[in-house]
Design a protein around this ligand. Structure first.
Ligand SMILES: CC(C)(COP(=O)(O)OP(=O)(O)OC[C@H]1O[C@@H](n2cnc3c(N)ncnc32)[C@H](O)[C@@H]1OP(=O)(O)O)[C@@H](O)C(=O)NCCC(=O)NCCS
Length: 147
């Protein structure tokens, strides 16, 4: 696999279409009428508790992660790498940049991610980065379907 020259970048609401297209290429579900809708995405960006980072190769977005925090923990969300650019360390580098941001800029010493049990690639990735599984069950409630 050739080395990548992809450049780390901060993304903004103006990159929305590219981010959604990448999530779709990577197989992540997109809630286009809910929290991934353009206006909602712009609102999340404006709140100041979210940073979206990615890698561009020749200008094309090939990896993305949404970093958020709740004041206690840093969260790595919606991490996705273009299928053609996997196993070159891009996700590992996005996680490392997330951790750098959490600890150096925000003073947060606990970092977390939610991973579906069948997602073996993501589990392997985070475990290789030093994250430990827990038996905590994720529960959630939605105001409306598709939110
Ligand atoms: C999970 C995902 C983000 C990994 O991206 P990636 O850029 O290929 O990962 P990296 O190259 O940084 O991998 C770093 C390490 O993670 C582990 N890893 C990554 N993908 C793996 C896989 N498919 N199988 C086993 N281990 C894997 C390996 O230890 C790897 O190191 P190595 O290549 O030296 O063996 C990518 O497969 C993806 O986008 N999947 C679909 C979307 C998704 O499920 N996102 C996660 C939501 S929680």
């Amino acid at each position: 696999m050739p080395a990548t020259t992809a450049l780390l970048c901060d993304l903004s609401a103006s990159d929305y279409d590219e981010i959604l297209a990448l999530w779709r290429r990577a197989g992540l579900p997109v809630r286009g009428e809910g929290r991934d809708a353009p206006a909602e995405f712009a609102r999340q960006m404006a709140r100041g508790i979210q940073r979206v980072i990615g890698f561009r190769e020749d200008g094309r977005l090939v990896a993305v992660a949404v970093l958020t925090h709740d004041g206690r923990k840093g969260w790595i969300n919606r991490l996705a790498v273009d299928p053609a650019w996997r196993r070159r360390g891009l996700a590992r580098r996005l996680i490392a940049e997330g951790e750098r941001w959490f600890v150096q800029d925000l003073g947060l010493e606990v970092w977390a991610a939610l991973i579906e049990p069948h997602n073996t690639a993501s589990l392997a990735l985070f475990e290789a980065a030093g994250y430990q599984r827990s038996d905590i069950l994720y529960i959630s409630k939605r105001l409306r379907p598709g939110a």
